[in-house]
Design a protein around this ligand. Structure first.
Ligand SMILES: *[C@@H]1O[C@H](CO)[C@@H](O)[C@H](O)[C@H]1NC(C)=O
Length: 384
């Protein structure tokens, strides 16, 4: 009898401790969704690439893993990262909407550059980007030649080879740094398809956004075929090859799902689309003017529609209902005059007067409320 009581007490104590720890963990996660706890910070800074052997022997996952992969190659490995606010918005949008198990940054940066990135020596945005929850650094070799000896000159093309190899080995979601998640991808990742790609302007599949299980047919064919396809042109080996492979494999049950353009890349690099995305609508009230006395910026809820007749489109603004990922193609944003727009700054997003700002405002708002950005921070620190 006595021993039974003792064991009951012990079990209760264990359950109690477990509950307490679980509560503690969930509370700290909810309170600090962005700022990493010190213990995990050390841990994830140590993380490097999963050994290839381990990846190959694992049984394939049932679904596309909830890991996200970015690639950033330093042209000069003695130099520094120099991330901009727009890139911080991309990775924190990933953290907020996708809640990935791990965000991998595949890079050739040596330990010294990584250290300067974490310490703040490479700018506030670079440090912020390196503080995103669950970040892991994966060291990569940057290819200089294709398998058949053709030289790969452009950094973008080197990145193409790195990303496809990474996604072949790890599986997960690949995102360019100008892609902004607007909602969770879980329903697509867990649709049962081994790979999901999306169309862009002009009808090709976009290689700036895709997701797949490790070693699935699409990624193996692409990783192999891009060496033969490479001809030095801008996108023969990337968009070109993945378009041909995606379309071919749709005929094989479960291999590839191709999403419509609006899903991943609604705009384009063209002038009209860029102006439409970025221009400021002067008549709108700035969200900054709606700040409450406690310094809280407003939250804008999306209205849930239950009846066809209730669907009303605002002709002045884009409707992001069909968009999971907004590929903003922002390497071209300075090519034309865009009314009211100069750069992607905290103020520009927090005012919430453009399609771009409306899309990523929830991410910028969270960063602001956490005290991680200031309204008048520039688009980039220590600019070139
Ligand atoms: C690489 O970066 C270092 C440090 O900023 C600089 O001193 C060096 O000149 C750079 N090299 C090239 C080739 O640009």
């Amino acid at each position: 009898m006595k021993s039974r009581i003792n064991s009951t007490v012990i079990i209760l104590a264990c359950v109690g401790t477990g509950l307490f720890l679980w509560l503690l963990l969930s509370v700290s996660r909810d309170t600090f969704p962005y700022v990493r706890m010190p213990s995990t910070r050390v841990e994830s800074h140590e993380t490097t690439a999963v050994p290839e052997q381990k990846l190959l022997t694992e049984t394939p996952p049932a679904y596309i893993p909830n890991t996200v992969h970015y690639v950033y190659i330093l042209a000069n490995t003695s130099g520094d990262f120099n991330f901009a606010f727009s890139e911080v918005l991309s990775i924190y949008g990933t953290a907020q909407h996708l809640k990935p198990d791990t965000i991998y940054l595949h890079t050739n940066a040596p330990p010294a550059a990584l250290e300067r990135a974490r310490s703040g020596e490479a700018g506030k945005y670079t440090r912020l980007l390196f503080q995103v929850p669950n970040l892991a650094i994966a060291n990569v070799e940057v290819p200089t030649h294709t398998r058949n000896g053709k030289e790969i000159h452009a950094m973008e093309h080197k990145s193409d080879f790195v990303r496809v190899k990474a996604l072949r080995d790890y599986g997960g979601v690949y995102l360019d740094f100008d892609v902004h998640p607007l909602r969770d991808l879980k329903p697509i990742r867990e649709s049962g398809f081994a790979a999901v790609t999306g169309r862009q302007h002009g009808g090709e599949v976009n290689s700036g956004v895709f997701m797949n299980k490790p070693h699935c047919k699409l990624i193996e064919m692409w990783a192999d075929g891009m060496h033969d396809a490479f001809d030095g042109q801008w996108s023969t080996h990337s968009n070109g090859a993945v378009t041909t492979i995606s379309e071919q494999l749709v005929s094989e049950p479960g291999e590839v799902l191709i999403m419509e353009r609006q899903a991943f890349a609604p705009g384009s690099w063209g002038q009209d689309d860029t102006v439409d995305l970025l221009q400021v609508h002067d008549g709108e009230t700035s969200a900054l003017d709606m700040m409450d006395p406690d310094g809280n910026l407003p939250i804008f809820e999306t209205e849930k529609i239950t009846r066809f007749s209730a669907i009303k489109k605002n002709p002045d603004f884009a409707d992001w209902s069909r968009t999971y990922l907004l590929h903003a193609f922002n390497h071209n944003q300075r090519d034309f005059q865009v009314h009211g727009f100069d750069r992607i700054t905290p103020r520009y997003i927090l005012e919430r007067k453009s399609n771009m700002a409306r899309a990523v405002y929830p991410v910028a708002r969270e960063l602001y409320q956490q005290g991680l950005i200031a309204i008048d921070d520039p688009y980039k620190f220590n600019a070139e």
